[in-house]
Design a protein around this ligand. Sequence first.
Ligand code: NAD
Length: 480
Amino acid sequence: MDLPRLSFGNVIDGKLQPSAITVTATDPRTQEPLWPIPAASERDLNLAVTAAGTAFQKWSKVSIQERQKAVHGLVKVLEDNREMVGHIVSRETGKSHFMGDLEVEHSLGFLRFNASQDLPDEVVFEDDTVQISTTYVPLGVVGAICPWNFPLILATAKIAAALVTGNCIIVKPSPFTPYSIMKFAELATDILPPGVFQVLNGSNEIGASMTCHPNIQKISFTGSTKTGKIIMKSCAGTLKRITLELGGNDASIVLPDVDVDSVATEVAAGCFFNSGQMCVATKRVYVHERIYDPFLRKFLEAVRALPFTQDPGVPTVLGPVQNKLQYGIVQNIIQDCKQNNYKFALGGSDIQSGQFIAPCVVDNPPDDSLVVQEEQFGPIIPLLKWSSEDELLRRANNTKSGLGACVWAKDLREAKRIGSQIHAGSVWLNSFEKPHPYGYLAGHKESGVGGEWGKQGLLSYCDAQTFHAYKGSKIIKSRH
Ligand code: NAD
């Protein structure tokens, strides 16, 4: 596949900066190198932090209306370049063009949402003598460390929230998918003052340096739980604010009174969207034993109907596993299922090429199997039978993760009653997991610390300042 002629640079202090070292990421479809890009050095990081610190002095004092206008400017620039950016997303992630375009569309949704937000002062108490109010003040320089599965959406959501609240932001994308966000930052130099939004293509080590940098005030991290724990430890040294959006093992729970045909099709979409490489993808499906067999039949039919092809022009939610590391994790889970003779209702043989793995469905494996216990983050899903509510809740909650869940029932109130007993930050009722800019995303248990998105997410980019304003001139006089 021809590589369109494009160039990429780190964006530091409003300019594209080259670097002594150039690297390339790999096309997940072909394993061929993509575009050369500079690798950021420690010096680049220091230059970016200094530029952000300087920019913050002015940006934090710009009115909220002006900052909203600037984020609207980012919307316009992305709309004007949506085709190019969508293509870049598709090339770096291995997604179909349809999914690349969808990622741009959802990124625009996050930019638009934040451009419409503000955080007015709140009066929390008032009487004749005193008014107590809370003001939300920006933190300073935010370091955003991002993963590879939705490189544009997850970064733009952080950028938009940070900027509208008056912070400056430095984004470090995953080394597997640096391109779309680097291009977006380059396009944004026409809109934003230098230093307000910068991007550094960097290794894990540059990420680590950000977490202990004395002049970065907050780290917003999206990635694995394992890295999240390392980051939390490192941020403690400078007592940075942190938001950790981490891994999940979402349960999708199907009650016996649902319409099997439509629900099985929807659940299949929630399992295999982006080939399962989504933080809130369904990773375990619990189906009541009374409908298990017909559900499984319809589920398999729905999965078989998803186009599985190497042609990125075919609109499909399936694609390759994005990188070799993740491919190894998914293969390990498949091998474990084979070695333990778990029943593959679909896949599991060698229908694959390169990093493409055909969807696998494992029929009722034991609860302690790897495919149930681990976050697979790929195209393999266990379907599990349940019979009583107590047993269901115990099994669904028997995980250190607490990111999301789904409950499907004829009666929405019944779905909510079950959903409220699941230990997870986001629960979808009669839908598969569909993240939304208005919905606060905050993992429970080991799926995160703090949260982002929605109105509440803006608070994670601010410190609260409380004013105790005493009325009149009752200044206490000194006795002497
Ligand atoms: P990862 O943790 O391997 O890497 C994420 C980012 O952290 C990358 O930019 C990487 O370079 C950087 N990094 C790695 N080591 C670091 C260190 N010691 N210090 C600082 N930065 C470091 O995760 P990944 O494989 O890119 O992403 C997949 C994971 O992300 C899955 O577990 C998935 O569930 C999770 N995820 C969570 C959400 C959410 O919102 N909760 C969203 C998407 C993905």
